[in-house]
Structure formats: structure tokens, C-alpha cells
Design a protein around this ligand. Structure first.
Ligand code: BG6
Length: 286
């Protein structure tokens, strides 16, 4: 069966290779696993909480309508990274057989009373996931169904599984403006290959090029983005990972890197009835 659904998860299996699949938790519409020819591509913490009581530590959490914590405006009363990853989405079904494509939906009716009170706007999110032979495409359609304007930020918070952080480089970021949340400085990226040897938490703004993740000089993932101008690179390293109760094992910062495609350096405003779309296509080159 190319699509299997339980009350908690939806699993897509590639029609010509049963070891290529993607598993989506309805809580957060969080992708938990993406395998290509039997090889897992994403990192999921051994301590990830999947019962809906917390955001999932790993896979692809969805960030909406705010990235991080906002200090002012209507999103300032929301938790870090918003409510999309904390809400249970509806499975809308299959929309294409080739590539195998499904959709999930979220509206105010799926969001807790607390979050609705905090961010009191009507909206529809349609999340589309397509599984190719060696690609995973995620797309989001955001619609304002309110009678007032509202602003949002959005991001696919992808945790990539990597063999060894010391060997990994992220390419395609040269010359872009960086907001560095660790050093609390802004600068222009001078490196052609961004490497990680300590805590990294940076927003690369308006990245033009496709982003490539390499390991020991070999390409692992190519990331194409549409309407997602910014790229966040995050690895908590030793101390920040210890402060996350659901980050396990303790040395797992060696095996993961978050390279997150988003629209987060400013705000997108939607007027009543307006829609906005974005997508990301990750190709596994392993
Ligand atoms: C990243 C942020 O996107 O997500 C980091 O840039 C943050 O600052 C990280 O620590 C994880 O966030 P959370 O809320 O899932 O622990």
C-alpha cells in the first residue's frame, strides 16, 4: 500500500521501492522519518516526545506563525516557533500518485483555545508532501480567511542526519547577511563552506543560491527553495543540547544539523482572502 494511515501517523511508501518512505505524525504534521533506499535521511531524537504533549525534537517540525519568540505584536503571546508544531493536523488524503503526494490541513478549529486566544485570526494552512525516488518536497499554502490583515513567519525546521558534524559543511551561503544568535552580531558570511565546531545558531538572510550540505567533501543533500528567502543553520553543540530534556543521546549533536528553509527575517502580511505559497525540495545525494 503506498499510503497507510493510523490514528496517529501517515506513512507514504514509494511505489517502486518499498524501502523509500516518509512517515508523518499528525501531531504537528511533523515528518518523523524519510528513508531513501533504506537509509534514514533525518535525525530524530531518542528522547523525542510523540504523544502530542510537546513539539517533536527531530524530523521536520513546522514553524508558524512566528519564528523564535517575538517580543511585540500579536504573536508575542505565542510559544517559541508558534502553534503549528503543537497542533494536530487533519489528513486530507492523496492528491497525486506520481510523485506520491498527500496533503494535511490546519485551521483555527484544530488549534487549542489558548493559542486561538493568543493569536485570534482565521487562517487555513495546506501542507503538501511529495515523495520522489530520492527527493522529499514540502510545500505550504497559507490563506488569510479573516476579515483583517495579519503577519506571519514560516519555516521548515529540518533536522538532517549526518555521519559526523566535524566533517560537514553547508555551502551556498557566501556573501549573505547573517544574524548570529550566539555571538549576537550581524556580519556578511565570508566562508564558502560553513562548518560547525561549537554552538551555531544563525539566520542567513535572502540566500540566493541552492544550499548544499556536504560531508568530507561529498554532497549529502541539495536544498532548493521557492519563496523561502532565509536559511537557518543550527547545531546546539555540547551545552545547549544538555539543556534540552528531549535531546538524546547526549552526544547526538555530532549526528545532526538543522538547515531550515524559511521566511523569517521579516514578516509577510496577508490581506483577507489572500494566499501565499512556498516550497522546499530536498534531494538526497548519498
Ligand atoms: C532554531 C532556532 O530554529 O530552533 C534556535 O534558531 C532554537 O534558536 C532551535 O534553539 C530549537 O528550538 P526549539 O524551540 O525546538 O527548542
Amino acid at each position: 500500500m503506498p499510503i497507510e494511515q493510523t490514528d496517529k501517523e501517515v506513512v507514504l511508501t514509494h511505489p517502486s521501492d518499498p524501502s523509500t518512505s516518509v512517515k508523518v505524525l499528525l501531531h504537528g504534521a511533523n515528518i518523523l522519518s524519510w528513508t531513501v533506499a533504506g537509509n534514514e535521511q533525518l535525525w530524530l531524537s531518542e528522547g523525542a516526545i510523540l504523544d502530542g504533549s510537546k513539539a517533536v525534537r527531530g524530523g521536520v517540525p513546522l514553524v508558524f506563525p512566528v519564528f523564535g519568540k517575538s517580543s511585540s505584536g500579536p504573536t508575542s503571546t505565542l510559544p517559541q516557533h508558534g502553534f503549528a508544531r503543537l497542533s494536530t493536523w487533519e489528513f486530507l488524503g492523496q492528491v497525486s500518485a506520481s510523485p506520491l503526494t498527500v496533503q494535511f490541513g490546519l485551521g483555527p478549529e484544530n488549534v487549542s483555545e489558548v493559542f486561538r486566544k493568543a493569536w485570534d485570526f482565521d487562517f487555513t494552512l495546506i501542507y503538501t508532501i511529495s515523495l520522489g525516488a530520492d527527493t522529499l518536497e514540502t510545500a505550504m499554502r497559507v490563506e488569510n480567511t479573516s476579515n483583517v490583515d495579519w503577519d506571519f513567519q514560516i519555516l521548515f525546521h529540518t533536522y538532517f542526519r549526518i555521519p559526523d558534524i566535524q566533517q560537514v559543511a553547508v555551502k551556498g551561503l557566501t556573501g549573505t547577511n547573517v544574524k548570529d544568535k550566539v555571538s549576537k552580531t550581524d556580519y556578511s558570511e565570508s566562508n564558502t563552506a560553513v562548518t560547525v565546531g561549537s554552538e551555531v545558531d544563525r539566520v542567513y538572510e535572502n540566500v540566493d543560491d541552492d544550499v548544499l550540505i556536504t560531508s568530507s567533501g561529498k554532497a549529502l543533500f541539495q536544498i532548493d527553495r521557492k519563496n523561502l528567502a532565509d536559511v537557518v543553520v543550527w547545531n546546539p553543540w555540547v551545552n545547549a543540547s544538555k539543556n534540552m530534556g528531549d535531546f538524546r543521546p547526549a552526544d547526538a549533536y555530532n549526528s545532526m544539523i538543522c538547515v531550515e528553509a524559511g521566511s523569517v527575517s521579516g514578516w509577510t502580511t496577508l490581506s483577507p482572502g489572500q494566499t501565499w505559497e512556498c516550497s522546499e525540495k530536498v534531494k538526497s545525494l548519498l
